[in-house]
Design a protein around this ligand. Sequence first.
Ligand SMILES: [Zn+2]
Length: 64
Amino acid sequence: MASQDEGGKLYLTKIWKCKSPDCKAWVREEFATEAQKCPMCKGDMLRTMKHLPALVKKVKSKPR
Ligand SMILES: [Zn+2]
């Protein structure tokens, strides 16, 4: 799966990744707690890096 998003730039982002090789769960460090546990298998997580699109803060557009 190496599809290119249109104009989507990827940035090396700090994440927490599940230690289990069978589990693909991960969270952005931004959203992780100090003792982050895997949301899927409740296992330990590792700090790592991943290329992700820039995080766009969702702003609710005001209805006109
Ligand atoms: Zn896991």
